[in-house]
Design a protein around this ligand. Structure first.
Ligand code: SF4
Length: 96
């Protein structure tokens, strides 16, 4: 497997504004990407997936994806599903 083929785990938090559990989902993502699994996990902006940015879409559709949402509305999970991709794991910050 070449370096180009190396997969990473994409961790996607939701983008809730003024919501404590959404902020918690983002902080958890930073912990995973920067401290727990540096080099193995990465993240991107959820709005980039919403506007179908080609690079962000490729990242999310070609790698395993874990979503962390701030509430039952599951915006991160549904954004990935709207791309035709099932998430590999879906969490809600409120249920950690
Ligand atoms: S999942 Fe809930 S907290 Fe997160 S962006 Fe959607 S509505 Fe806001």
């Amino acid at each position: 497997m070449g370096k180009k083929d190396k997969k990473v785990v994409v961790v996607l938090p939701c983008s809730g504004i003024g919501k404590v559990y959404s902020a918690l989902s983002r902080e958890t993502t930073y912990e995973l990407v920067e401290k727990v699994r540096p080099g193995l996990a990465t993240t991107t902006c959820l709005p980039l997936l919403m506007i179908k940015d080609p690079k962000a879409v490729a990242m999310a559709t070609e790698n395993p994806v874990i979503t962390i949402d701030g509430c039952f509305k599951e915006c991160a999970k549904k954004t990935v599903e709207a791309l035709g991709k099932e998430v590999d794991r879906a969490y809600e910050a409120i249920n950690f």
